[in-house]
Design a protein around this ligand. Structure first.
Ligand SMILES: [Zn+2]
Length: 239
């Protein structure tokens, strides 16, 4: 299982890969799960967590980087079974009650077509069991756990409710604010507002993090993100 360790000793494990990634942040005795993947991956997620030196019962918080179905479909089940608190953006409050978050727009012609047909299908295929969040994030939220410094910041653009988790100012778990699928680009195929997303990249670069762990694909290094940020700021006439 892939894992990362910060200089302060916080560990991040990739507990789900393939279609969607989930990560487990372990700082001191505290464990935070980030995203759940699809419901069909629940057993695999559960087994992978149990393979580590702790059990699912030790999960204190579930943070959702955003509430598209492929990131939160097991949220209700995990909350019920493991009795953890769910943290989401305040902008997701309506969607999670309803059990459906609108699919994002495409960032190119083909993903635009996929997005259009997905939106027509809607909740029946891309919904999730509704759940009650415990903490709604607006702005910035600090979770101090022993010596670890864990911050949650808003990184909207892919969706209005997108959040990133900054661990010890070294590693960021970023959901779909960027993709780790393509070698020379971090642009997700889907995003509601590209300009906002580029501004979120700038925000993430300001944290000083060197490694960015996306919701799909593998880690993105600072150098690539900086290159993409500079390019998009120039091409889109952003400040
Ligand atoms: Zn998404």
């Amino acid at each position: 299982m892939k894992s990362w360790t910060t200089q302060k000793g916080s560990k991040i494990y990739q507990v789900l890969g393939g279609r969607s990634n989930s990560y487990l942040i372990s700082a001191g005795n505290h464990n935070i799960l980030v995203d759940t993947g699809k419901l069909s991956a629940f057993t695999r997620l559960n087994e992978n967590i149990n393979r580590l030196e702790f059990s699912c019962q030790d999960i204190e918080f579930l943070i959702l980087t955003h509430t598209h179905f492929d990131h939160c479909q097991s949220a209700k089940r995990i909350k019920d079974q493991f009795n953890c608190q769910i943290i989401v953006s305040d902008k997701a409050a309506g969607s999670v009650k309803n059990g459906y978050t609108a699919l994002p727009s495409g960032t190119n012609f083909f993903s635009g077509l996929i997005s259009g047909s997905g939106r027509r299908i809607g909740k029946t295929r891309f919904g999730y069991e509704s759940f009650e969040p415990d903490v709604l994030i607006e702005g910035e939220y600090k979770l101090h756990r022993n010596d670890a410094d864990i911050k949650i910041i808003e990184t909207g653009g892919h969706s209005p409710d997108s959040l990133s988790i900054i661990v010890d100012n070294e590693i960021a778990v970023v959901g779909d604010a960027m993709f780790g699928i393509f070698r020379n680009s971090v642009l997700p195929p889907f995003a509601d507002n590209i300009d906002d997303m580029v501004k979120s990249w700038g925000k993430l670069l300001k944290t000083g993090c060197n490694t960015f762990l996306p919701g799909h694909g593998s880690e993105v290094k600072r150098q690539l993100l900086q290159k993409e940020y500079d390019l998009f700021v120039r091409n889109r006439n952003l400040i």
